[in-house]
Design a binder for this molecule. Structure first.
Ligand code: FAD
Length: 434
């Protein structure tokens, strides 16, 4: 088969690839120099939409509406945009072998791609209950959500089982967003997770109590402290129920599983240094192999603010790391240098009429402020994280753009606090003064 050769290749066609393409264009990439090779059949899009408006019965999001870079207020990069710029979008093409020593990639169909500079942007994949040998986990109407074709399958399932019963397995933000979307689709929804409260990697018990109360008021049945251990099926092989470890059995017409994922790094195993489950990079997203960069979910990079390396699976970092890598590539070609990546962790989620933002680090002591009662008419409340006498993280539900900017600033500046009680009383006012 013919061999194709490019100056720059991005493997993976998700959020990071899309934002990298825009930066390549800004930096003056020439027609024919850049290729994006993606397993998906569509041009890069804003992945977070898949668990939100993509599933809504009204105001539904569909492509081309949410191609990158619309999610951060930029112009949408439609497939035509890549053509105009002379960027090759090589879609529905999975790379199955990467040889970094000979700068060669090979696709499932046997095509060979050569590059001078490679950007790894393969993102993450979800854990599947079949991987853990959960009995009946291969039944029909058990869904996962990472890519758009999986979202399409879920939409079909929602339509086929209209007004039915849904069980969501997993209590992270994906589980919370999916439960809300299914409820809006008039499903009778139960959410099951093993931890003592939802979203335990970020939420404190106080924050979680608000969301759990709010969800309960919306009619969602939250079942904590247990896990799904098996699924019943009918004669068509469709799921009919979920068996829980505590002995309970929940009827289900559809099941959606959101139990986390892992970065897709196996193609590069033993060829590049890894750390903390990801591909190790410097502050310019350069890996241990010359001319190879890694961005987005797969990169373990130096988080300057905290003096340690981290891997971050959030869309804002996918966008910014991609831009940083492309800037660094062009700068080094011109013998120039750019500033080190200095990232402030930022994460958000939306469900029902709720919307929260989090900035910084969720370590140390916490204080809750505002009205966190699930019945609150404003739902405006938040939390600060305090470490070594300084505020290092801030969370806010239903903030205005200015208020969100204020909490971002707090997390960046890390102001000292003398009294936690006073901080709780001051609440948002504390952030507004910084
Ligand atoms: P991805 O966007 O996943 O892109 C990876 C791409 O690489 C995919 O196109 C994949 O098909 C392709 N690929 C992988 N392997 C190969 C291969 N071997 N050959 C060819 N192509 C390959 N973050 C937030 O901060 N807020 C949110 O509200 C939020 N919501 C989310 C909702 C959902 C449903 C999901 C799945 C994620 C959400 N995220 C959210 C996380 C965010 O979307 C990711 O952090 C971000 O997409 C990472 O970008 P990436 O480019 O590294 O990976």
């Amino acid at each position: 088969m013919a061999e194709k050769s490019f100056k720059y290749v991005i493997v993976g066609g998700g959020v990071a690839a899309g934002y990298a393409a825009r930066e390549f264009a800004k930096q003056g990439v020439k027609p024919g120099e850049l290729a994006i090779i993606s397993k998906e059949a569509v041009a890069p899009y804003e992945r977070p939409a898949l668990s939100k408006a993509y599933l809504f019965p009204e105001g539904t999001a569909r492509l081309p509406g949410f191609h990158v870079c619309v999610g951060s207020g930029g112009e949408r990069l439609l497939p035509e945009w890549y053509t105009e710029k002379g960027i090759s979008l090589i879609l529905s093409t999975e790379i199955v072998k990467a040889d970094l020593a000979s700068k060669t990639l090979i696709s499932a169909a046997g095509e060979t791609f050569k590059y001078q500079i490679l950007i790894i942007a393969t993102g993450s994949t979800v854990f599947r209950l079949t991987d853990f040998g959960v009995q009946g986990a291969d039944a029909k109407n058990i869904f996962y959500l990472r890519e758009i074709d999986e979202a399409d399958e879920l939409v079909k399932g929602i339509k086929a089982k209209k007004n039915g019963k849904a069980v969501v397995v997993g209590g992270g933000y994906i589980g919370l967003e999916l439960s809300a979307a299914l409820r809006i689709n008039n499903f009778d929804v139960s959410m099951v997770f093993p931890e003592p409260w939802c979203m335990p990697r970020l939420f404190t018990a106080g924050i979680a109590a608000f969301y759990e109360g709010y969800y309960a008021n919306k009619g969602i049945n939250i079942i904590k402290g247990t896990v799904a251990v098996g699924f019943g099926t009918n004669g068509n092989g469709e799921v009919t129920d979920v068996k829980l470890k505590d002995g309970r059995v929940l009827e289900a017409d559809i099941v959606v599983v959101g139990v986390g994922g892992k970065p897709l790094t196996t193609l590069f195993k033993d060829q590049v240094d890894e750390e903390k489950g990801g591909i190790k990079t410097d502050a310019f997203f350069k890996t241990s192999v010359p001319d190879v960069y890694a961005v987005g979910d797969v990169a373990t990079f130096p988080l300057k603010l905290y003096g340690e390396t981290r891997r971050v699976e959030h869309v804002d970092h996918a966008r910014k790391s991609a831009e940083q890598a492309v800037k660094a590539i062009f700068a080094s070609e011109q013998g120039k240098s750019i500033s080190e990546y200095d990232y402030l962790p930022y994460f958000y989620s939306r469900s029902f009429d709720l919307s929260w933002q989090f900035y910084g680090d969720n370590v140390g002591e916490t204080v809750l402020f505002g009205d966190s009662s699930p019945e609150s008419p404003t739902h405006k409340f938040g939390s600060y994280w305090i470490k070594d006498g300084k505020v290092v993280g801030a969370f806010l539900e239903s903030g205005t753009p200015e208020e969100n900017q204020a909490i971002a600033k707090v997390a960046r500046v890390q102001p000292p606090v003398s009294s936690l009680d006073q901080l709780a009383t001051e609440g948002l006012t504390f952030a507004s003064k910084i």
